[in-house]
Ligand binder design. Sequence first.
Ligand code: NDP
Length: 273
Amino acid sequence: MKYQLAVLGNPIAHSRSPEIHKKFAEQHRLEVSFDRILVPFNSFDNCASDFIQSGGKGFNVTAPCKQDAFRFSVTHSKAAELAQAVNTISTRDGVIHGDNTDGAGLKQDIIVNLGWTIEGKKILMLGAGGAASGVVGDLLASNPNSLHILNRTFNKAQAIERLHSDHRLTAITTLDMTYDLIINATSAAFNDERLDLPPSILCDSSCCYDLTYGRKVNETPFLIWSKGLGVTSVSDGLGMLVEQAAQAFEIWFGRNVLTAPVIESMRENGTTS
Ligand code: NDP
């Protein structure tokens, strides 16, 4: 039997999800097809319904459709409820179920793959879009000392703060302290734009994680900036991408996968498509 999977978003040509899920399927000798589906403006529901009706088993959702996917889903996981965004859709007895695996993927990469600590740390999150809102719940569950969110559009950071109502979580407008862990969840690099950050937010022992990933390992503008200021613990978001996909694969097939060989082979391939 061949299972139909897909990733929906716009743009979508850059997505590496098909490559990742084919490697996971090989581990279990499952036959899968995995399409990239470009979603025209305001057409998420049509695209998603068409895919399910054509026999699709499940699909991933990427920017800018994660909130649409939340509305499209009939039932939601707790992570999706907290994020108000969905990145993984499955059908359960014909009912459309929305999940959000971004936070679990980020945590797995930071804590297990990289060996960094979240507990007790002062964390800064840059950005308050779909990805940021997807990971805040999991970060808070790892007991940081504090989690500050800075976003160009302040009210989006405030909305995330309100949703969680957790004394450790604060939407901020100015950067006036040093952080142990800085997570870039903006899409600035994607649009070739630069973040204007003061060096004082960093010290040598800070860890810098960029959800963005590209052709070269750890060579995003944010990580290049951090390394230039002496930071040695840096990571791009490829590990998170593979880990969130592993969680999605488990949702669709109920099977665990090995992620380390997949991350390694994707690093070696070094392409973004
Ligand atoms: P969204 O479009 O939902 O949000 C984009 C965010 O970036 C917003 O907070 C936006 O601010 C901010 N932003 C964009 N441009 C700038 C800029 N020039 N300066 C400052 N802030 C800026 O995107 P997502 O949240 O879905 O994705 C964000 C990034 O995370 C993308 O690069 C995506 O590829 C990556 N990602 C990686 C994943 C992984 O597994 N590694 C998973 C999911 C996402 P404003 O609100 O003001 O517009």
